[in-house]
Design a protein around this ligand. Sequence first.
Ligand code: C2E
Ligand code: MG
Ligand code: MG
Ligand code: MG
Length: 288
Amino acid sequence: HAKRQGRNQIAWFTPAMESELRFRGELEAGIRRGVSAGEFVPYYEKQIDLATGELVGFEMLARWMSPTLGKVGPDIFIPVAEEIGAIAELSESVIRQALRDARAWDPKLTLAVNISPVQLRDPWFAQKLLKLLVEANFPPHRLEIEITESSLHENVGLVRSMITSLKNQGIRVSLDDFGTGYSSLAQLRSLPFDRIKIDRSFISSMPESEENRTIVKSIVALGQGLGMPVTAEGVESEEVLAALGGYDGLKAQGYLYGHPQPADITLEGLRQLHMTLERKERAAAEAP
Ligand code: C2E
Ligand code: MG
Ligand code: MG
Ligand code: MG
């Protein structure tokens, strides 16, 4: 900007830049305030076992209910929270709520939570997480941590020891958004992930793209070879589901099964599901 205006003129803030900065400042302040005010809440997205078609758990996705901005998604507030050093507190707040919510579900259902690379740099992270589990009286084997592939380049050694200590506590660890980062196969082999989640960008266009079908097929085979079962993210249609058919051990999630929902609607959905299953069982038992 400054350059275009000539060498001798130094252009500082244009009104647009200034209002952007003011917005950014308000965003930062709003996030800080919002964390203490409990404005960050968990939403839940269904995870389905494709072999049985059954619901096996939920992924928690944070939402900010801002009094001034309305409902804000994590792609906006997570990077800012990371920069201003508020991510640990924000994450703790939504995880605490999620553990409480998930205790009201069928105990067979798992809870997956996303963790920022910034949190992984904290040597006490595993300890802090365990404390939350103990406080909520939540069994570690029901919890799954998701780490994005792009957080791996930071410090693989540190990430590896973090994964190991989480796994020693019975917590499972998934590699999220696989295919969008730059992890090498050697790295992947050396990191003891329990599961690989294939990024939505490869899944949603499977029906149209032969290339993406090939990529997904290869990742599933890779996962099988490494003992890491695979989840397909972003399953939006029956066509995508059909393209995924025939692979063993797949889990799926996406808008085909519904959008992420808040705790009360999630719980109500589970009650409905439970009643439907009971009715079916009764009908089967009464059938001649
Ligand atoms: P993610 O973990 O890969 O989550 C999947 C994202 O894709 C979610 O977006 C979800 O709403 C969206 N999605 C799911 N199914 C579909 C589909 O069929 N079609 C399309 N178009 N989108 C689908 P969301 O909730 O906006 O979250 C974005 C990212 O923010 C997440 O990506 C995750 O990396 C991060 N995130 C969410 N909650 C937290 C959190 O509490 N802490 C941290 N550190 N990151 C979080
Ligand atoms: Mg995730
Ligand atoms: Mg993902
Ligand atoms: Mg993502």
